[in-house]
Design a protein around this ligand. Structure first.
Ligand code: FAD
Ligand code: SF4
Length: 333
């Protein structure tokens, strides 16, 4: 048992103050479904937890606005997934949540914490004796020469090829979402697409957030691309598993012609991966399976698989192409 202290914050400002003054090793605590998991594995060893579950201003969400959807960081995945407006108008957002984890986990897990979940790389979670630059900078990467069937084929480096495992961020990136963040020096807004970093030579630095910055809300601009959208997730079993490949796509069609498309891929890259090349390729074209597949290949362009992960380049392209056809079938709803 490792000793740590625990405080409960009741306002966002209190929470930030408590983390800021707590020193290194102090962490925000939301649902705990990532943090407690990693503490039990001795990967995370916080000295102090600042529980934000009583901060009411973070808990609500509103999907009825005319310019944006607003989700408090502490809103639970299950509540948002079941919101009737999202289910009807933004299926990709709803699906990215209910296709994640299990009902029990979704009841507990917050959408803010979801964005900051850490990789499922077994060497990262397994601890010693495995080399892992993310857990122990400079120690090496056991996955490069080890079991890497599920590792990233996009955005990796010679230091780390860990996949960003979340689903929600992939759909948010497709919809140009932003996060509002409160730190000791005030508020700032960050596009979700810029929140996570590629590993480069410093895989232990995963986001652009400072340790004492609290995500307060997630905002998604209202768009006419919402209805014809989907989050298509392929995994080893039908439920309760992370993505081997996934795609969040959204379309604005005039007949069969694409006015605008959004394409983001998940389960394949070191961070949520938007493909503007695929979007550009679709724009102004008739959407058939063939044109969808051409765009899907563009989304996977530059993939660098290892021997075990080679199959996921083709799987990823098929996932994107199939997602585009699912989204197209929703235009007439
Ligand atoms: C068995 C299992 C299966 C899962 N399957 C999936 C899956 O298929 N797809 C998927 O997307 N996810 C999956 N998950 C991950 C799950 O969705 C996340 O663990 C969860 O969303 C994290 O939210 P939380 O509120 O529990 O975060 P916590 O565990 O409380 O926190 C996670 C991290 O974020 C920080 N943090 C929390 N809230 C904030 C905030 N507001 N501002 C700044 N920092 C914050 C914490 O300090 C911590 O570092 C699975 C988890 C489990 C346990
Ligand atoms: S892929 Fe990244 S997380 Fe996994 S062992 Fe290598 S450095 Fe660690």
């Amino acid at each position: 048992m490792r000793r740590f202290s625990y405080v409960k914050a009741t306002t966002a400002a209190d929470a930030v103050r408590a983390v800021s003054s707590g020193g290194q090793g102090t962490r925000f605590l939301s649902g705990g479904t990532t943090l407690f998991d990693l503490m039990k594995l001795d990967v995370e060893m916080p000295s102090r937890l600042v529980d934000v579950n009583s901060v009411e201003e973070l808990s609500s969400f509103d999907t009825s606005g005319s310019s944006e959807l607003v989700f408090g960081a502490l809103a639970r995945m299950s509540d948002i997934a079941a919101d009737p407006i999202l289910v009807r108008e933004y299926p990709a957002l709803s699906e990215s949540l209910w296709r994640a984890a299990s009902q029990q986990v979704r009841n507990m897990a917050s959408v803010g914490g979801n964005l900051l979940q850490r990789t499922r790389c077994a060497y990262f979670r397994g601890g010693e004796p495995f080399a892992c630059n993310k857990r122990n900078p400079g120690s090496g990467c056991a996955a490069l020469e080890g079991i890497n069937r599920g590792h990233a084929v996009l955005g990796g480096s010679s230091s780390c090829i860990a996949v960003y495992p979340g689903d929600w961020a992939i759909a948010l990136v497709a919809f140009d979402a932003v996060v509002d963040v409160l730190g000791p020096h005030g508020e700032r807004t960050i596009p979700v697409e810029e929140l996570h970093r590629e590993p480069g030579a410093t895989p232990h630095i995963e986001t652009v957030l400072d340790a004492d910055e609290l995500i307060t809300r997630i905002r998604v601009p209202i768009t006419r691309l919402g209805r014809a959208s989907t989050y298509h997730k392929i995994r080893d079993r039908e439920s309760y598993a992370f993505a081997l490949a996934s795609a969040a796509v959204a379309l604005d069609l005039e007949g069969d012609i694409v006015r605008e498309a959004r394409v983001a891929v998940g389960g394949l890259a070191t961070k949520p991966w938007r493909s503007r090349a695929a979007e550009k390729m679709l724009s102004g074209r008739v959407l058939t399976y063939e044109s969808a597949r051409t765009a899907a290949d563009a989304a996977l362009y530059g993939a660098e698989p290892l021997e075990e992960s080679r199959f996921r380049v083709e799987l990823g392209a098929r996932t994107v192409a199939d997602a585009l056809m699912i989204a197209k079938s929703r235009t007439s709803r």
